[in-house]
Design a protein around this ligand. Structure first.
Ligand code: AMP
Ligand code: ZN
Length: 471
């Protein structure tokens, strides 16, 4: 499988450290509010990555954190704690907020068929791990204490900007969000590993530490949670592109200084879901959630298809029109699958050829839009319906679009509708008309049609025979 690696800026053959187990880490949600559909684009594409690796035959262990402490309003370490902000907004405790929005996040994931990672670890579970790492970084001279906080010293690194060129906007991340510069920092990009002094003294959750009572910085949690469950060598780290700097850059800085060797081989970044006014974000106030889409009558599967139709390294523009197009495509696809009958044998050769096309799309840097196209190829292929159904079940291990179950539900609905409108007397008249036409008794055929018309029934001639409907 070839994947684009943000750390090397090229597509590379994916080779795990241990072929028996791929170790994958993904940054989890900050649980102070609902996930918006932009956040969920990232989780959908990470889910596809995990499933594509499993599809390619790898065994995968995937770990995700839940940020319930330490993520401040600015991605640089200043501003109010996001969790505290959520608690104030809703007049609840920080832990109540964390529980509520963690549950809401996984409920959204379930609706979107996003598999729960093998390990999900709340950041507040691992305080001792952070303290150990910070202590070691201080011993190694990679960190310093200033003004009551512990900072990572970025000047100790040969190369801090691992992901390469960052524009001025990235570098000004703190300034952009209107927060004051921290004068304790020796270097502009130094970041907090452990806070004991914050402008926001009323931080809700605090723990004892060798540097005083305080709380961890945001970046340290991902390094420690990853190492706790996946050890010192990570294969893939994933997240949204906005996490590349400063979050992932800082994760690498502290992890590699702590370990004394390379930490993670592949970095997978999902680009943003944008609206016509730019990146969808919670700080802008208005954002779309899965529940809101459902309230408006949208099936979450249509949103998943919408995401799969574009490449994860391209920005995706959300508009209602674009979503409506995905709905139409999804409905059409399911209607087509619903016409397949579980008949015939699975034809091995056709199965192999079509599967290879699908696999090739995934292996080419997770080209999900081409993978979706191979679903259409299956439907058009000259092979048995049994082969097609077997292929669709196989592809859906990765796509997770409910291809077969949604088609079965549609078949059931259609059967119920047909049963509800069944009328043996009218069926008999329609059959008599067909017979009359066959016998070239057109006068009788017309008479029956007129009789039915008078009763409000219209006959529709189709290639599959005459059908009727009430008008
Ligand atoms: P947060 O809950 O803010 O920590 O973000 C959760 C994940 O969503 C992170 O991996 C972010 O990089 C990602 N993310 C944030 N905004 C967007 C967006 N508009 N489109 C795609 N991913 C996003
Ligand atoms: Zn992270």
């Amino acid at each position: 499988m070839y994947l684009y690696n943000s750390a090397t800026h090229k597509k590379e053959l994916f080779v795990p450290n241990d072929p028996a187990l791929v170790k994958m880490y993904t940054c989890g949600p900050t649980v102070y509010h609902f996930a918006h559909i932009g956040n969920l684009r990232t989780y959908i594409m990470e889910d596809v990555l995990e499933k594509a690796l499993r599809y390619a035959g790898y065994n995968v262990k995937r770990v995700m954190n839940i940020t319930d402490v330490g993520h401040l309003a600015s991605d640089a370490d200043t501003g109010e704690d996001k969790m505290l902000k959520g608690a104030r907004r809703e007049h609840k405790t920080v832990m109540e907020i964390a529980k509520y929005y963690t549950d809401a996040f996984f409920a959204d994931c379930e609706k979107l068929n996003i598999k729960r990672p093998d390990v999900v670890e709340p950041a507040t579970n691992c305080i001792d791990n952070y303290i150990d790492m910070v202590q070691r970084l201080l011993e190694k001279g990679s960190a310093y204490v200033a003004g009551g906080n512990v900072y990572f010293d970025t000047s100790t690194l040969e190369n801090y900007y691992v992901f390469g060129s960052h524009d001025e906007e990235d570098l000004a991340v703190g300034v952009r969000e209107g927060v004051e510069e921290d004068t304790n920092k020796r270097n502009k990009n130094d970041f907090v590993l452990w806070f004991t002094k914050s402008k926001f003294e009323d931080q809700a959750l605090k723990w004892d530490s060798p540097w005083g009572v305080g709380y961890p910085g945001w970046h340290i949690e991902c390094s420690c949670i990853s190492m706790k469950h996946l050890g010192e060598n990570l294969d893939i780290h994933a997240g949204g592109i906005d996490n590349a700097f400063p979050h992932h850059t800082n994760e690498i800085a502290q992890s590699e200084s702590y370990l004394g060797h390379k930490w993670c081989n592949y970095w997978f970044h999902v680009h943003h879901l944008n609206t016509d006014t730019g990146k969808m974000s919670k700080s802008k106030g208005e954002f779309l959630t899965v529940s809101l889409l459902e309230q408006k009558g949208y099936d979450p599967m249509a949103y998943r298809l919408f995401c799969l139709q574009s490449h994860y390294r391209r920005n995706l523009v959300f508009s209602w029109e674009n979503l409506d197009n995905a709905v139409a495509a999804y409905d059409k696809l399911i209607a087509k699958i619903a016409t397949l009958k579980n008949e015939g044998e699975v034809e091995e050769e056709a199965f192999g050829q079509l599967k290879a096309r699908f696999q090739k799309a995934l292996d080419g840097d997770l080209n999900t839009s081409v993978a979706v196209t191979s679903v259409y190829d299956v439907l058009k292929a000259k092979c048995s319906d049994a082969t097609k159904l077997a292929l669709l079940a196989d592809f859906d291990r990765v796509l997770s679009l409910n291809l077969l179950s949604a088609a079965e539900n549609l078949q059931k609905k259609q059967a119920q509708e047909a049963a509800a409108s069944a009328d043996p007397e009218i069926d008999a008249l329609v059959a008599a008309r067909t017979e009359a036409k066959k016998a070239k008794n057109f006068a009788e055929a017309d008479r029956i049609r007129d009789e039915l018309k008078a009763r409000g029934i219209e006959i529709i001639d189709t290639p599959q025979g005459a059908k009727w409907r009430k008008v």
